[in-house]
Structure formats: C-alpha cells, structure tokens
Design a protein. Structure first.
Length: 349
C-alpha cells in the first residue's frame, strides 16, 4: 500500500511538471495613456499573483499632490529609460502627439532595442511564470515588445487601460503643464496605436472607472483570456480595496459631461465611446470579438498613418480626420436608432 501511494504521488508530481512545461510563461502587459489607471491596474494584478519587476520606480518621485506619487508607479526603472531612448531614436517622445514613424521598427536601431529589452526583461523578471509589466510608453512600442517576448518564449496578454480623455487631459495639465487640447490628442494617439498594434492578439480592455468601482469583476474575466486562474487570497482583498482609494483620483468627469463638451473633437468622443463599449463587453468569445471589431469605426488605420491628423494647435482638420468624424457620426446614429427600437419594443422610455 505504501509503495502504491508513493507511485501515485510520483505520477501526480510528473503530471504537474508536464503541465507546467507545456504551458508557456505569460506576461500581463499593461498599455494605455499616461494618467489612465495603468499604475492602479498593475498593482492590483501584482496583488493577484503576477510578479512585479525587481527594480521599481520609487513612489515618492513626482508631484506630491499626484496620487501616483503616493500610491506608486509599479513600473521598472530599468525599462523606462530604454523606452525613452527608443522613442528618441525614432524622432519622437512620450508627449509627441504626432503619429509614430512605423518604418522605424524595421531599422537596425529597432533591432538593437529589442536585444536591450530582452536583457532587461531577464534581469527584471528572471524565469517568473506569470509577471506584469507596465509603462505607458509600451503602447507606442508594441512591435519591439512582441519581438522581445517572442525571443523569451513569453506569451503576452495585452491589457489596455482606458480613462475618460478629459480626466487624462486635466491630470496632464496639472502634472506636466500640457495644454488640454494636446492632452486629448495624446490620449487618442496612445489608445489607437495600442489597439491597432494588438489587433488579433489575446487582449482585454479595462476601464479605470470600472476598476475603481468593481475590481473583482475586472479580474474575474481574466482567466478566460489567460488560460489559468488568478489566486487572490481572502486576506489580500481588503488590501486591494484600500489601495484603490478614490481620494487618489483628483479629476472625475462623467461620460455624460464629457460628451456634452464643445472643446473636444468628435473623433476623440467617438473613440472614447468605442473603448467604453469594449471595456463593458470584454468579448471573450470568438463571436463577441467579431462583433466588437465590426463596430470599430472605419478609417482608424488611415487616421494613424497620416502625418498630420493630430492638430493640437487648432489648425484646420485633415482629410483623414474629417472622414473619421463622418464615420463616427454615422456609427453613433446607428447606435441611437438601435436603442430607440429596443425601447419601443419593450415599451420603455
């Protein structure tokens, strides 16, 4: 009997080892514009079991009135300088609202940065089976990260964090003295670039508002995309509740108020409406993914390619901007008509 028990235990251990060997390492890669809740999402994921980098940007850097300065940034101090150097090499920066020169990703310089990323990821995460990485700049450099993660045999799940553009712009104005109009276009640049770069990959959209109001529902949807569960001890839940302190959120603007504003271009309102729908409907099934993509406003790719659609100086909109605005208005009209038909069918106002 004792021999049988040892044999059974040995077989069980072998099965566990084989399953672990067959399952690739996974990286939770948090994307999104600065001031969009990426830090909060990263910390929650780490408390749920994902490993953080060894070298983290200290929480005391930044404006003392800044919620991140107190709650922490949770990003790698090794990776951030590499991202800044890569953006400079391409003639850009994190606060440049113009489209990124995508041809740069095929250059020798880009290949050099992939090697540097591989080395930094090894130093920061070792052989961790599940880790979380965050820096808003990754949103602009997804092709580099895909190459680096591929070399390491890490399967990414992209988490695109989204926040009301007016809140983001107000926060950027306070922290970085960036004019709100530029802040709106930066939000557009980061979100559209991240969405286009991860199209077809395992990904999910997370609303900052949703994370603050019901983080449990946000995490509950991740195992479907990860293929594994997240173990959250009951003792950790109060810590997450305390961490997601709404007092750290200095700028709160409702969606209704945002859509009523006249200082925000229609293209940005349309993009925000789509990302809100994406966050509300995780589209975990193949059919759900197709439905969400069909609802994607046409013209985004052209809008991103054009050299001058981002016009924070108030000049005339480009042809791509006008085409996208028309597409968004048509899409919004169709959503309104469907809502009216549903209300008429149920007899509700």
């Amino acid at each position: 009997m004792e021999t049988d028990r040892h044999i059974a235990l040995a077989r069980a251990e072998k099965d566990v080892s084989q399953r672990a060997a067959s399952r690739p390492r996974q990286g939770l890669i948090v994307l999104g514009m600065h001031r969009s809740g990426t830090s909060a999402l990263t910390r929650v994921l780490s408390l749920a079991g994902a490993s953080l980098p060894r070298n983290i940007v200290p929480p005391d850097q930044g404006n003392l009135d800044d919620g991140n300065a107190r709650a922490g940034f949770w990003e790698s101090s090794r990776l951030m300088p590499i991202h800044d150097e890569a953006l400079r090499s391409a003639g850009s920066s994190w606060r440049d609202p113009r489209p990124f020169p995508t041809a740069w990703f095929d250059s020798h310089e880009a290949a050099t940065f992939v090697k540097r990323l591989v080395g930094a990821l090894i130093d920061e995460y070792g052989t961790q089976e599940l880790f979380v990485a965050k820096d808003p700049r990754i949103s602009l450099l997804v092709p580099l990260w895909k190459a680096a993660l591929g070399e390491l045999g890490v399967a990414p799940l992209w988490l695109i964090s989204m926040r009301n553009p007016a809140e983001v712009a107000a926060s950027l104005a306070l922290r970085d003295e960036i004019p709100p109009s530029t802040g709106h276009w930066l939000w557009m640049r980061y979100l559209l670039t991240a969405e286009a770069a991860t199209l077809g990959d395992p990904r999910t959209f997370v609303s900052y508002e949703g994370l603050l109001s019901d983080w449990r529902s946000v995490l509950a949807g991740l195992p479907d995309r990860l293929g594994r569960g997240l173990s959250i001890p009951a003792s950790v839940e109060p810590e997450i509740d305390r961490f997601l302190d709404r007092d750290l959120r200095h700028h709160a603007i409702s969606s209704r108020e945002f859509f009523a504003r006249t200082d925000v271009p229609e293209v940005i309102k349309g993009a925000f409406a789509w990302f809100e729908r994406a966050a509300r409907s995780p589209a975990r099934t193949e059919a759900g993914q197709r439905s969400l993509l069909l609802d994607r406003p046409p013209g985004w790719a052209e809008f991103l390619r054009e050299t001058g659609p981002f016009n924070p100086t108030g000049g005339p909109p480009t042809a791509a901007t006008l085409r996208l605005e028309r597409a968004i208005r048509r899409r919004r009209y169709r959503h309104l008509r469907r809502a009216q038909h549903r209300a008429a069918g149920t007899g509700t106002a």
